[in-house]
Ligand binder design. Structure first.
Ligand SMILES: Cc1ncc(COP(=O)(O)O)c(C=O)c1O
Length: 373
């Protein structure tokens, strides 16, 4: 963890709680590790994972590019002075107004996976570069993404040809192997599949120039046991890229690592506001919960891990959020020593998919973000 309890107490004394503590050094070292392993790839950090200004600025200084899903995300990058040419609009579904605005500010590359999206792009973002997202297996991912997006591979050539016919520039293939993938296998199969599409497209006179392998790499220092280290999974992916898309192919390789970049760089500090014993089980009510920074317990069933600053006999405990609503339960089965009002609970690996999902439900504000070196 990027801080210990002594530091946590100091930070809470200074900033209050809840706070999301982000280590700038860890974000940097994650980014650099990825670049070291993957070599010559363009990193497009997805804002959806954690779009705080501070994180975007750290990544901007490292020369990262960005993956956006809406005009709102584009605007937040423009506000920081980040050029639209460093953005990839990767949400395959976008409204006409968002398409027009993105095009007008200079976004040059869009991802699509269906006919309706192509028709909008051809009319409102003419001559743009478009990458076709194909659906690939997400078997090894904790959180699957192919259930919502991705054209069937059998439709790939038709959709690439259609893009060309509509005056767009079909220049690549994109896929997403899910999130927190614990094996390189889905990537390896998807890279081979993409290679095939590149070959078939060439036969149709379409020269594809870019492959976007998406995000999905597991977080480093994961609390969930992985069969291989995160770094070894990346090495396996790299080996497959070298086999099918070697440097000599001239194909631009793109990665969109969200969780990998920020998850273990963040720790959420929350405090106990209330306590009660209900049917022999202790309930702790925290100042952050399932409607706020820990909403991923509901969205993707993510089970966060918690660290406390007391020792003693462990008893079954429920952790719930602060709202006056019974869905706001974070976990029902934590074995913890008895805790007291005001105690800090540290949520490990909380940099990804926390504050971005937080609401202001019941008048509670999401955690403030605090940066440490
Ligand atoms: C298009 C796209 N790229 C990248 C990501 C980031 O995935 P991860 O945080 O698992 O790296 C997502 C996650 O939803 C996504 O939808």
């Amino acid at each position: 963890m990027v801080i210990d309890f002594r530091q946590a107490k100091k930070l809470v004394a200074k900033h209050g709680s809840p706070i999301l503590v982000i280590s700038e050094g860890r974000v940097k070292s994650n980014y650099q590790t990825l670049k070291k392993i993957m070599g010559d790839v363009t990193v497009h950090y997805p804002l959806k994972t954690a779009g705080h200004k501070g994180i975007l600025n750290i990544l901007r200084r490292l020369d990262s590019h960005f993956d956006v899903a809406s005009y709102g995300e584009i605007q937040s990058l423009l506000d920081l002075g980040i050029d639209a040419t460093r953005m990839l609009y990767s949400n395959p579904v976008r409204s006409i107004p968002d398409t027009v605005k993105a095009y007008n500010v200079g976004v040059e590359r869009f991802v699509y996976d269906n006919d309706a999206s192509l028709n909008i792009l051809s009319r409102y973002a003419p001559e743009s570069d478009v990458m076709l997202r194909v659906s690939v297996s997400n078997d090894h991912a904790y959180y699957k993404l192919s259930t919502k997006f991705g054209a069937q591979p059998k439709d790939a050539i038709r959709l690439l040809k259609k893009a060309k016919k509509l005056g767009l520039n079909p220049d690549g293939i994109a896929f997403n192997a899910g999130s927190h993938s614990h094996s390189a296998d889905d990537y390896i199969n998807a890279i081979a599949l993409s290679k095939n599409i590149f070959k078939n497209a060439k036969k149709e006179g379409i020269e594809l120039e870019a492959l976007d392998i998406g995000g999905g790499f597991p977080c480093r220092n994961s609390d969930r046991p992985l069969p291989k280290s995160t770094e070894d999974i990346l090495w396996d992916v790299k080996e497959s890229l070298d086999e099918h898309f070697p440097k000599s192919s001239g194909v631009e390789l793109i990665v969109e690592p969200g969780r990998f970049t920020v998850s273990d760089a963040g720790v959420l500090l929350t405090r106990i506001l209330g306590k009660s014993k209900r049917h022999k089980v202790i309930w702790y009510y925290l100042d952050d919960g399932a409607a706020h920074d820990l909403a991923d317990v509901k969205f993707s069933n993510w089970d966060f891990t918690f660290a406390v600053g007391r020792r003693g006999k462990k008893i079954r405990s429920v952790l719930a959020g602060p709202t006056c609503d019974s869905f706001d339960v974070i976990t029902r089965n934590q074995w913890l020593p008895e805790l007291e009002l005001g105690d800090i609970i540290m949520v490990r690996n909380a940099g990804a998919y926390t504050s971005g999902l937080a609401s202001t439900y019941n008048g509670f504000q999401p955690a403030e973000t605090v940066y440490i070196p």
